[in-house]
Design a protein around this ligand. Structure first.
Ligand code: SF4
Ligand code: SF4
Length: 289
């Protein structure tokens, strides 16, 4: 049974609670001396629990990737719901202008703001997921954030290597928020320098239209064979016309950037994001140069 009959405009209500958290909560912090915000104004999108794209992800990523109904049923085994009674709420948290400007200047290691966003910004993202779930549950709407559920697991995909039972970027793609770039990042209307999150809820929300023809439409390399700027930005040789070598990327993040962050910024962290900054898709959907 759908439980949102008392909420008149569920899309606006949910979008408002996500934006209010990011714009107003003191939790949105990089935890630096100036206590700067970790994230700028979010984007929010919705997809139906029974959208066939979630079945496609199983074929594409691996059978282990959950449909919305699979993770919802794991979280609430006693509830009888149908896939069409669920909505995936997805959001994009864009990096701030200062964080992007700092990382643009880097050629080998993450800027301090970028590394802080990777660690303390992701803590904000966890709190936002929890806040969305708690607010929905407070209105009697059962909800689960797949990424922070105890069931979430890392997996290895035959085609793509490192993967997991739920991909925030795939949920964002399904929810009309962007398409994948050569470096695997999701290019959104606010660019690729971002992190994202999602919640699966027993609520009916009109889905966001996917304004693209395919899952790589916004990337200039995939759509027109040009650009490739992210390849040049990668200090680890992890990007090429064949795409993203996750093993090389991960080996650079740990231990190379990890050691650098500890030695230079004095906290336990890591990060890179050079392929997300100083590129045409950093802050927008890129156009042909
Ligand atoms: S930098 Fe260019 S090639 Fe790389 S993901 Fe962005 S648009 Fe695609
Ligand atoms: S995150 Fe860094 S190492 Fe990984 S692909 Fe992007 S630029 Fe290369």
């Amino acid at each position: 049974m759908k439980e949102n009959s008392k909420i008149k405009e569920p899309a606006q209500w949910i979008e408002g609670l996500i934006k209010d958290f990011i714009n107003q909560s003191p939790e949105n912090t990089l935890k630096n001396a100036a206590n700067e915000k970790a994230w700028a104004e979010p984007l929010v999108g919705f997809s139906r629990g029974d959208d066939p794209v979630y079945q496609d992800f199983k074929e594409h990523v691996g059978a282990f990737h959950w449909t919305p109904l699979e993770i919802f049923t794991k979280a609430f085994p006693d509830l009888k719901v149908a896939a069409e009674e669920l909505t995936v709420i997805s959001y994009i948290l864009p990096q701030t202008e200062r964080t992007k400007a700092d990382n643009r200047k880097e050629t080998a290691y993450p800027s301090e703001r970028w590394a802080r966003a990777r660690i303390f910004g992701e803590e904000v993202n966890v709190k936002l997921r929890q806040q969305v779930v708690a607010t929905l549950q407070g209105r009697g709407i059962k909800a689960v954030a797949p990424m922070i559920s105890p069931f979430w697991e890392g997996k290895v995909s035959e085609r793509f290597g490192f993967a997991s039972t739920w991909s925030e970027r795939h949920a964002a793609y399904a929810s009309g928020l962007g398409t994948f770039g050569l470096c695997d990042g999701l290019i959104t209307p606010k660019g690729k320098a971002m992190r994202c999150g999602s919640v699966v809820a027993n609520i009916e929300v009109p889905p966001t239209q996917r304004p693209y023809k395919n899952h790589q439409a916004y990337c200039l390399f995939y759509s027109q064979g040009i650009c490739k700027k992210c390849i040049k930005r990668c200090p680890a040789g992890a990007l090429s016309e064949r795409g993203h070598d996750k093993v090389k990327c991960r080996s650079y993040l740990h231990p190379v950037t990890q050691d650098y962050v500890k030695a230079n910024y004095k906290f336990d962290g890591y990060g890179c994001g050079l392929c997300q900054t100083g590129v045409p898709c950093e802050s927008k959907i890129p156009k042909e140069e």
